[in-house]
Structures are given as structure tokens and as C-alpha cells.
Design a binder for this molecule. Sequence first.
Ligand code: MIG
Length: 693
Amino acid sequence: MIKKFIFGKPFETDATVLQIAKENQFVQNEAVEELKAQNCEVLCSESGFSFECKLKEETIVYGLGQAMGNINKRGRTYTSYCSDDPSHTENKESLYGAHNFIIIYNPSDINSSKGFFFDYPTRITFDIGYTKIDKLKVSCKTSDIAIFEILPELNSSIKNDNPLKNIVTQFRNLIGQSYIAPRWALGFMQSRWGYRTEQDIRTVYESYKKAGIPLDSICLDIDYMKDYKDFTVDSERFSDLKKFSDELKADGVRLVPIIDAGVKIEDGYDVYEEGVKNDFFCKKQDGKNFVAGVWPGRTHFPDFMKQESREWFGQKYKILTDMGIEGFWNDMNEPAIFYSDEGLEEVIKRIKAVDTSNLDINSFFSFKDIVLAVSNSQDDYNRFYHEVTQDGKTYKVKHNDIHNLYGYNMTRSAGEELAKIRDGKRTLLFSRSSYIGMHRYGGIWTGDNCSWWEHLALEIRMMPSLNMCGFLYTGADIGGFGCNVSRDLLLRWLAFGVFTPLMRNHSAIGTRDQECYQFENSEDFKSVVNVRYRLLPYLYSEYIKASVKNEMYFKPLSFEYPTDSRCLEINDQLILGNEIMIAPVYTQNAKGRMVYLPQDMILVRFMPDGKIIQEKISAGDHYIEVPLNEVVMFVKLGCVVPVTKPALNSDKLDYDNLTLVGDIASEASYSLYFDDGYTTKIDLDRNIKILGK
Ligand code: MIG
């Protein structure tokens, strides 16, 4: 059951798609009372809003999607405020996304579990037993907010057998079905900020081929554009993108260009001129278009809150789809701002004011901060406005008041228009910034991580939380974006990436070359990436089922074994789909790791020579050796998983001749979803092949 609590005049974020029945809606005082009856205290005032409830010692809090911390979010503070911050250290409270969904879970009373979604368009803070160990406090600046409460409904048509899965499925019904990527987008992608020319891309394509390592796509980062202008191609570096993309596609490799939020200000540039002429850009209070310095220098931001702007910008992707492009990634859409004219002016003024003084310890540090504060500043987010139409009225809203919706609406713009442009065919689309609701239009990558073992561990923990919030097509920059990767880190990260729907090796300019073929014994990389392709029919099938049925693709172990006390604390093993458990190695110089099995399982080991070794392992703790060039997974008893032979890309895979691994002795069967990889008409009932028995 879902209840909706309405305080003040909530901004319509379009996060949800279900109407809540009148009798389950509570407004203002009624809402306060209804929540009080459940021991939640709400305070609405001029100075802000807060929601508090007590946490028992045993209470676990799940959710929050893209965030630091463990799968259990307790003991920290998190702030949803989409931030372009590439340094994801332990202490960070905000990353690129804003995913305000939590589940409160009491293991000794599992039916008392509840989910809460705080639908609020800008900064909101979750203090989860941090300030006070037994209190959850959610607070934000204004008292205009909608809160959805999800209570488990165990006798409903949602046949999830436990309250945790049931709450997630109800929540996902509320927010609508997740975006579904084309099948090739589940192939391995290579990317790097620094590929400049057709020749650079050709080298990547040829080197993968030569090394025999499968590859489905190569990303084009900002250097394919002419002077970083969206929807342009630098013809000196890519003389004929259509011809090039057709040539690679004929061999099963696709190109995936980046699109940035800011539109370069330049006379004669059609996107800029059309945007100015039609009032498609964000404006300042004085009605002039807001100017933000980003990659191309001075830019305007499309006003993605305005439907006309969304339609216009989204149709621009056709320029690239006409060149054979079938996938995109949307970047810098928090939006990232290097500087604004006003911000720069102020900084220079402030610097001038201090430059003759004798800087002491305090003034010196504030002097240093003056320059740093010019990027992504609150002041800038307060300087521009959106034109919004709600309830038939059109009015202006300050950007900062709806900050978390910008990246969402950029990707919505692309998603809605690409659906028209490529009628009946799926397009790959993933975004950096996001809000719940955007999961209907595209996936996300988790932004600028580093080549740190800790960031591999972080990704493992983040995946199930993202799935709760509807983001299924997701993954991190494999190998790490910033810093220099080591060979073993890349291999271990790939071995986890084998299982994430978005599997992309991406790195920053200036870091060590990170393509798989750059390292000694590239056969080891081939063995690992091959496993992705061997499992692709299965992974694709589980991904589609999870999307269509509003379920999780990755689950914490506790969601499958909610009363196993060991499972409640496991942050480094995941359940994938319905059949398997994975336990990635994420520490350096480890030859393997301890794995906890909540039940008997079949260990399936993919060997470098292509053999698959299987062994039954009993419930409990085991040290499992995992050489760098092998991939292991655990199949539940009573389950089987289809595998195929590896191929150089997903177009070349044999989807017909599948063999089964796992509990083959049990005569178990597997329901495989299959289709052409593109269709938007997904029919789980018709497109299922039963394998086994
Ligand atoms: O300011 O396009 O997160 O993936 O390679 C950096 C260059 C801009 C940030 C993205 C990253 C991408 C990079 N971009």
C-alpha cells in the first residue's frame, strides 16, 4: 500500500507515474497526524521542513541510490544535491544523483518494514543515525514536499515473498518502468577522454580485434566535436563520421558520442542561434540568457524544464542518429559550471581586495578558497531561472530551487525525442546527473571515480541501492576514471564489470593508458571479458525481466535471505537475478577471498582455456581462490544458467546453442527471455524459451 503525504505546495517533479487513491492521500495537518500515529514526527515551518523517526538498535536503512557508505546507510549524513565533484572520498555527502528513497527494516519484525520516498526537487539531507544514533532525520529548506510511504502488501498480486522485495516493487510501480537499453549496450564498451581522431578510435577497434578481446562499442568523448559544440563533428578529425560508423557497425562495433549540457555561444552556430531566437535557454532575473563557462568557453544552458526546449534539444540528436549513431551519454548536466561572468567578476574583486595585505593563517586559507569557490557555486545556481508550466500556469523558478531536476530533464529530452526519431527501436542513453524519474528515460554511469580498490568496493555496494531506485542500466568507470590503474585492479574490476549491465572501461586524459590491450598478457583480459559474452544471453534476460517486472537485478543478500543475520551485514557479495550470487575480489594481492554461502550452491568457475569447472559447496564460510584471469559465480541449488560460446561482439554471439551450468543434476529449468535486441515491444510471456529438463 502506498500513502501520499502532501505538505505545502510540492513542486511537480514527474518522478512518479501512479495516481494515489484519495483515501490514501493526507494533506498537511492530517498528514502530520497520520505520520505521528506511526511514530514519525514532522515539523513544517518558515525555516524549513523536517521528518524524524526513531531507529531501533537493530534497524537497517537501505536505499539512497548513488551515495557513499555501505548498503546499510546508517551512521552517516547524505545530501541529495547533484554535484560535479570528481573526488569521491569517504567524507563526501553528495554525488551526481539525487535518489531520495529509503527503506527502514527491522530484522526481528520484518513486516514492520517501510519505504519512504521524499519527492523534493532540490537539496535535502538524510541524517541516518549520525547526529543521534537512534534517529533518522530528513530535512530541507522549504515545507513544500510530497512524501510517499510504501507499506508491504504481502497478499497482493505482487508475488514477492518478502517485505523488502515487495516494497521495492511497489515503489518501482509508483515511479514507472525502468529504461531498457538495446542488447548491444550490454556488450563491453571502451572509452577514454583523450581519443581525438578517427585514427585514435580505429586504433582502439583494431587493437581489441587483434588481441581477440570482445568489444561492442567505443565512446566518443568531447574531442569529436568542433570546439566542444553539441551536435557538431570536427571534420578534420572525423572526415566522414557516417561512413566510419557504418564501417565499424558492419563489424558489430558502435560509436557512442557524448553530449554536454552547455551550448556554446557563437554567432553562426545554429543550435545557439535557434536557442536564442526561440527562448530555449535559461535566463537571469533581468530576462537575459544566463552565461556559464564550461568546456566550449561561454555557454547557455537549455531550459530543460520547458517542454518546447526539451523537444527542440532532443530532436538535435537526430543529426547524429542520421550518421548511424545509436547511443549517447549525457554529461555535465548537474549542470557543471566552471564559472559565470558574475562569479568571475566577484572573485577578481575579492582577490584584488586582499592582494596587498599581509596574509595570516586565516586570511591565507580564505584567499585560496576564493578561486576554488568559482566553480559549481551556489551563487550561480541562484542566478538563473527556469520557465515552468504546472497546473496550467507558467511561471519562473530559480534554478537552485529545483536543482536536482536538471540532468533528469536533459536525459528526458533525449529519451522522449529519440523514441520518436528511432521509432520502435531502443537507443542507448546514459546520464551523469539524475533524479528518480529519469530512470524511465536512460541509465546512469556513476561519474568520475578513481583507480582505487576502494572505488571498486564502493561500486559493488552502490549497485543494489541504485536498483532499488529504478536505475538498472548502470555501472562505474571500470578501472577508474582518475589516477593510474594497475593491471590487477583492472582485471578485478572487469571481473565484477562482467555482471553490471553497463560495462565500460573509461579513463581520464593524462592517466595511464587503460585499454585492455595495453597490459602484459592480454589473454588474461580476453578470458575475463569473454565471460561477459558467454553469460550475455542470461544477463540480458535477467536485466529485461527485472525492468519489466519492476524488480532488482542486483540485490543485497539480505533481500533474498532476510532473516539470516550474516546476510544483513554483507556488503561485498550480491545476488544477481534469480539464480546467482557473486563475490568479487576487490583487494590487491589477494589470491581469493572469504565467501559466505547462505545456502548450498554450485560454484561455477570460468577457466582461461574456456572450460567451466563446477563444484557443489555447502552453506557457510569458504575461502575461494580466484586467479586474476578467472571469473567465478555461485548458482543456487535448483537453478541453472545458460551460457554460450564467446564471440567478438554481441551481434556475433550464438544465441541458439546454449548449454546450462549450475544445478544440472536437479533437472531445473531456466526461462530465457530473448528478442532481436532492439524491440520496444517487450512481451515476457511470448518471448520466453524454457531451457533444460
Ligand atoms: O570536466 O568529457 O564525467 O566521463 O570523460 C570533465 C570529459 C568532463 C566528465 C565526465 C567524464 C568525461 C569528461 N567530463
